[in-house]
Every structure is written in structure tokens, then in C-alpha cells.
Design a protein around this ligand. Structure first.
Ligand SMILES: Nc1ncnc2c1ncn2[C@@H]1O[C@H](COP(=O)(O)OP(=O)(O)OP(=O)(O)O)[C@@H](O)[C@H]1O
Ligand SMILES: [Mg+2]
Length: 452
């Protein structure tokens, strides 16, 4: 018995020490206990309330209803003369029977302090979000995209038109054709331009890691992961644009998860339970042939149709050679360098497998090679010089009459083929024009190393 009363003494001590106001009623609604803080908050003293039905002393009390429903109530606002406070209430169970109920009150100044702290944290989060948004702002706009050929202008026109919509876009094109630039310009032209533009390179990040980059994870989702969890790129891109670069390199498993997000408009963090709503515009890019990947079952057909609502196929540089001089001038702007007309001619004939990126690197290389401020043939990289010499031989001085004849023959045949085309029909026409047989045209082409 001694022990029991000791225990009760302990409990009373604890209840007094708690910083919140506490009131306990038994199953009949009779007040059994209050602590000092309860008196401080409500102004009700022990002798006024202990042993009495709560409802008699405090007519508006909600706690008796908790006895009936057995349900917890949180954050109930109360006002007592000058005092404002917030109450949490819960039933007390013993062997599945409700034997009473407890209410815990916090005075408003304390709640206010806590809410101020919360507000400060929220402000900080929103500042950080804005900072992240700024870091991820797209830099390029359509005015940075150089080119005036009809083909390129058509491309810009088409891209501007779809920028205004919310449709997913698939940008295709060879390496270095400007896919990322177009993605940025589209974002900048859209209504989302004050929101983040988040690029993700699906080829650069291994599959499992890419999943956690995209979706993030909850605290303790993996044993090895950061304790505090991680925010995913989808969430960072919320209200903005997510640029999925090299989407052809995404694993089939992740493709399925991506499709789900795009269809539902919600996602779940790894290890998380709650679905979160998001509003993200997808721009995907690839230099692979997704259609043939679909046929080989290396890309999901349903995802392909989902992201391929609009396709923007960027032309290679050799399909718009007319833009080369302007692009060169653009890369030479703010520089005190000249470029010889002949060199521009050569650069217009080169095939540019690496497209604009290769042209940009070439110009920067040449700038570094010159010492008198004028770019000439000798300042071009070996690969371009070689390809030119191999194909045109214009800059090679012939050594003998035989060589001059060969050169001339080669040039004439090449020019004629350029006019007639290189199909069998074209070759027949060329042979006719040149007054030779088709067989001898083939012979000469082989001897003079004319390809195709
Ligand atoms: N129309 C353009 N005008 C000026 N510069 C351009 C244009 N298009 C691309 N560039 C430049 O070419 C380079 C390559 O562009 P970008 O990275 O957008 O190509 P990409 O298609 O994404 O290439 P990859 O497939 O290799 O990733 C960049 O340095 C960019 O500044
Ligand atoms: Mg790219």
C-alpha cells in the first residue's frame, strides 16, 4: 500500500512539473486532478473544481464528450476572459474501458511563440526554394538561337507555338544540334518562366541512383542514406519544367515509374507513404531513335506516346549549311578575330558530325591557334583540314601534268554528280553528260577515290 501511495506521489509530482495545464476527469465526468499550470492558464483553482462535475464548473467544457466518443480531439481553441488557449483532449483507457479523460492546455502566448518559430522556418524554406529556383533558371532564350535558313526558322516558329501550351515535348536530333538550348528557350517562353527549370541527364546517373534523384526519399528509407531524407528533382521542378535529357538511356523499370507520375500527376518518395500532387512540365530529349527502341522493346511504347505528344526534330548542321557563316560570326562576336572567306567556304562544306558544338569548338580552337588575329586554313583542326584535302584537294598544289589532269577529271566528275545526284539514275545521266559509258564512270570514280 505504501508503494502505491509513493507511486501516486511521484505521478502528482510529474504532473505538477509539466509545463502544460492538465485536467483529469473520471468516467462520471468528475474532476479528479488539475495542476498548477492549469490554474495559471484558466484562473480556476483546485478548491473550486476538484470533486465536482466538470460541466457544472465549466459549462462549455468539451472533455465530457470525449468520454462518450472515445475520440482524441486536438487543437481546440478556448477563450476565458483575457486568456486564450489551445486544448488537446484524450480518453484514458484501462483494459479497453474508458475510465476517464485528460485535457492538456497550452496558453496562446506559448502557441504563438511556436507558431512564430514555424513561420520563420517556413520563410527559410521558401527562401531556399527561391534560391534553388534561381540556380536552376534557364539561361537561354529564343534570341540566343542563331540561324536564318527557312528550315531553322520553321523550327523556331514551331517551338514558340508549343512553348505556350503545357504539352510534353520530345526533342530529337543529333548530338550538338542544340536540344538543351531549345528546351531552355521553350521554358523561358512559357508561362512557367519564373519557376525552376531542372535538367536531369538520364545517361549520366546509374538507374537506381536516378530513381532517388528523381523522386527523393524519406528519412531512413535506406540504411546507407542520409538520415534526414532527400528532396527529389520532381519536387524541385514543381510548377516548372523538368528536362529529361538522354531519356533513351533510362532503364525500363524507371520508365514505368515515370509513366505513372505523368499519368497520375502524383508521386511518392522512396520509402514514403503519402502521395504528393505535382505539376511539372516534361521536356525530354534524345539523340537515339526511340521508335526503333520501342520496336526492340528497349523503350516502353506507352511512355513513348506519352512524351511524344509533340516532337521537335532539330536539323543537323549539314541540313542547314546556309546558317554556318552566321553561327561563326556569332562565336567570334566580342573577339578581335577575322576569318578568311576561303575558310568559311571550307567550314560550309564540312559535314559536322558533332554539329554546332563541334563548330563552336573548332572556332575556339582556331582562335587559340592564330597569332595575327586572322583565322586561315592552317588554324583549323587536323580532322577538318584532312577531310577537306581528301575530298577537294583544292589547296594541294599538283606536282605534275598527270596530277593536274587527275585533279581536273576528279573535280569535273564531282561537279557533274552534284548536279545529277548519285543514284544509279543520276550516275547514268552524269555519264551521258560527260560523254562516257556508265562502266567507265564507275572505273574513274574508283580510281580517283570518289566515294558513293
Ligand atoms: N542555334 C544555336 N545557336 C547558337 N549556339 C548554339 C545553337 N544550338 C546549339 N548551340 C551551342 O552548341 C552547343 C551544343 O548545344 P546543346 O548542348 O544544346 O546540344 P545537344 O543537342 O543537347 O547535344 P547532345 O546531344 O550532345 O547533348 C552548346 O554550346 C550551344 O551553346
Ligand atoms: Mg544535350
Amino acid at each position: 500500500m505504501q508503494k502505491e501511495s509513493e507511486k501516486i506521489g511521484w505521478l502528482e509530482g510529474i504532473i505538477e512539473a509539466v509545463h502544460d495545464g492538465i485536467l483529469v476527469i473520471d468516467q462520471d465526468g468528475i474532476v479528479q486532478l488539475i495542476n498548477e499550470e492549469y490554474t495559471n492558464i484558466t484562473g480556476v483553482r483546485k478548491e473550486q473544481i476538484i470533486g465536482k462535475p466538470l460541466i457544472d464548473v465549466r459549462p462549455g467544457a468539451v472533455l465530457p464528450s470525449v468520454l462518450k466518443t472515445g475520440k482524441v480531439k486536438e487543437g481546440v481553441f478556448r477563450k476565458e476572459k483575457e486568456m486564450e488557449y489551445v486544448v488537446d483532449m484524450a480518453p484514458i483507457y484501462e483494459n479497453y474501458d474508458i475510465i476517464g479523460a485528460v485535457s492538456v492546455c497550452k496558453s496562446i502566448p506559448e502557441v504563438y511563440e511556436l507558431s512564430m518559430e514555424l513561420r520563420k522556418s517556413k520563410q527559410r524554406v521558401s527562401q531556399l526554394e527561391k534560391a534553388v529556383g534561381r540556380i536552376h533558371q534557364a539561361r537561354y532564350t529564343f534570341s540566343d538561337l542563331i540561324g536564318n535558313t527557312p528550315l531553322f526558322k520553321k523550327m523556331i516558329h514551331q517551338a514558340k507555338k508549343i512553348a505556350a501550351s503545357n504539352l510534353s515535348i520530345l526533342i530529337t536530333g543529333e548530338s550538338g544540334t542544340g536540344k538543351e538550348l531549345f528546351a531552355q528557350a521553350i521554358h523561358q517562353e512559357s508561362t512557367r518562366n519564373d519557376q525552376p527549370f531542372i535538367p536531369v541527364n538520364c545517361a549520366a546517373i546509374p538507374g537506381s541512383l536516378l530513381e532517388s534523384e528523381l523522386f527523393g526519399y524519406e528519412e531512413g528509407a535506406f540504411t546507407s542514406s542520409k538520415r534526414e531524407g532527400k528532396i527529389g528533382l520532381f519536387e524541385l521542378a514543381n510548377n516548372g519544367t523538368l528536362f529529361l535529357d538522354e531519356i533513351g538511356d533510362m532503364t525500363l523499370e524507371l520508365q514505368a515509374k515515370l509513366l505513372r507520375v505523368l499519368q497520375e500527376g502524383t508521386f511518392r518518395k522512396i520509402g514514403g507513404l503519402k502521395e504528393k500532387q505535382i505539376d511539372v512540365r516534361i521536356i525530354a530529349a534524345t539523340n537515339k531513335d526511340l521508335q526503333s527502341m520501342v520496336q526492340k522493346e528497349r523503350f516502353r511504347e506507352d511512355l513513348f506516346y506519352r512524351i511524344n505528344t509533340v516532337q521537335l526534330r532539330l536539323p543537323s548542321l549539314r541540313e542547314r549549311r546556309g546558317d554556318i557563316p552566321e553561327i561563326i560570326a556569332y562565336f567570334l562576336r566580342n573577339q578581335k578575330f577575322q576569318i578568311e572567306e576561303d575558310v568559311i567556304d571550307i567550314l560550309m562544306q564540312y559535314d559536322w558530325p558533332g554539329n554546332i558544338r563541334e563548330l563552336k569548338n573548332t572556332i575556339h580552337y582556331a582562335i587559340n591557334m592564330t597569332d595575327n588575329g586572322t583565322i586561315t586554313l592552317e588554324h583549323l583542326p587536323e580532322t577538318i583540314k584532312n577531310s577537306f584535302i581528301l575530298h577537294k584537294t583544292k589547296f594541294k598544289t599538283p606536282q605534275s601534268l598527270e596530277e593536274i589532269i587527275k585533279e581536273t577529271e576528279r573535280n569535273v566528275i564531282m561537279e557533274t554528280l552534284k548536279e545529277t545526284g548519285i543514284s544509279v539514275k543520276g550516275k547514268k545521266a552524269a555519264a551521258r553528260k560527260l560523254g562516257i559509258s556508265l562502266a567507265s564512270l564507275y572505273n574513274k570514280m574508283a580510281k580517283l577515290h570518289i566515294n558513293k
